[in-house]
Design a protein around this ligand. Structure first.
Ligand SMILES: [Mg+2]
Length: 328
């Protein structure tokens, strides 16, 4: 059945019945506003995904798309050391969309949200020429904020997971590649992992001095972190965490994609050298690779990437610029 035939209000009524009861929500989907009680400090973020700009329908299942729409917003909350709590979802939907597809979208979104203890509390749906998804996510700071600023000279620089897979995955989708390595990186692009456990522990144990999520590429986001903290950084390219699929496709000494590729949504943070042991333990208990990439230096030294021989690399470009180059 098409959305046109079911109608927006019956669809929303069905959706409301799927939402689990949540004691934190005084009024959820279905009134003019949602009403919630927010203890402590709240962090808020919003991000949109537009069909044809950020994704193509033929690349992804709607379940994966729903999960990604949640994940990219959750990543920003986690990068502050916050825990996601409530989500608002605004959708633009073509009238000929199958209800089944919309159900799949909500299934992916709601599953990802509930994995992070997040309740969908409201939103809006309107007819649109293509699928447009805008998420507003609220989060709670239980242990204080971890800002971009705060890195100290001498800090270690760490990143979770692996780098460059999403950018490589996007390229494989554009090229229509289907070998096993291509399938792996495509999934990394379509469905980024939410680093909930790592962020939670970093915040609770006060391990990180500064943090940002890698959405625009390591160098770009490390640049933001350095700028905010008035520091520089030295990164060792051979230390970059590369997935087996990445190494199969590009080789283990190809660093450009790992340094500049966007949309990995990994956490990039700095911590005192004295914290190496707890961070190593955290990597084990959370089953998430956490790799030490380099260290923080003083501002005038800028941002340096060293190659295998320790000499600085010359880099063609420093990351994704939203308006200078097309993403698709
Ligand atoms: Mg971010």
């Amino acid at each position: 059945m098409k959305l046109r035939d079911l109608g927006e209000f019956p669809f929303l009524r069905r959706l409301r019945e799927r939402l689990p009861a949540d004691p934190r929500v005084l009024l959820g989907v279905g009134d003019d506003c949602a009403a919630v009680a927010l203890p402590g400090t709240t962090v808020l973020t919003t991000d949109a995904m537009i069909e044809g700009v950020h994704f193509r329908r033929e690349w992804t299942t709607l379940t994966m798309l729903g999960a990604k729409a949640f994940a990219i917003n959750a990543s920003d909350i986690l990068a502050m050391g916050g825990e996601p709590t409530f989500a608002l979802l605004s959708l633009g939907v073509p009238q000929d969309t199958e209800v089944e597809d919309l159900d799949a979208f909500f299934e992916g979104f709601l599953r990802a949200a509930s994995d992070c203890g997040t309740a969908l509390i409201g939103g809006n749906m309107s007819a649109a020429p293509c699928l447009m998804i805008s998420v507003t996510l609220l989060g709670q700071l239980l242990h204080g904020v971890i800002a971009r600023a705060g890195a100290k000279v001498g800090d270690d620089v760490y990143v979770t997971g692996t780098l460059g897979d999403a950018a490589l995955g996007l390229r494989m989708l554009q090229e229509g590649r289907t070998d096993p390595s291509a399938e792996y990186v495509k999934e990394r692009f379509l469905c980024p992992t939410v680093r909930f456990a790592v962020s939670r522990a970093l915040a609770a144990w006060h391990l990180a001095h500064a943090m940002i999520d890698v959405s625009d590429g390591l160098l770009q986001d490390l640049g933001h972190l350095c700028e905010a903290g008035h520091v520089g950084a030295v990164i060792d390219a051979p230390a970059l965490p590369l997935s087996p699929a990445y190494q199969t496709m590009l080789g283990k000494n190809h660093w450009d994609t790992a340094l500049t590729g966007g949309e990995d949504y990994e956490l990039l943070f700095t911590a005192a050298q004295a914290q190496r042991e707890p961070i190593g333990q955290l990597s084990q208990t959370s089953h998430c690779p956490i790799t030490r990439l380099g260290h923080i230096v003083s501002r005038p030294e800028g941002l340096t990437v060293r190659g295998s021989d320790g000499a600085p690399l010359t880099l063609a470009r420093s990351g994704f610029d939203h308006f200078r180059q097309g993403r698709k």
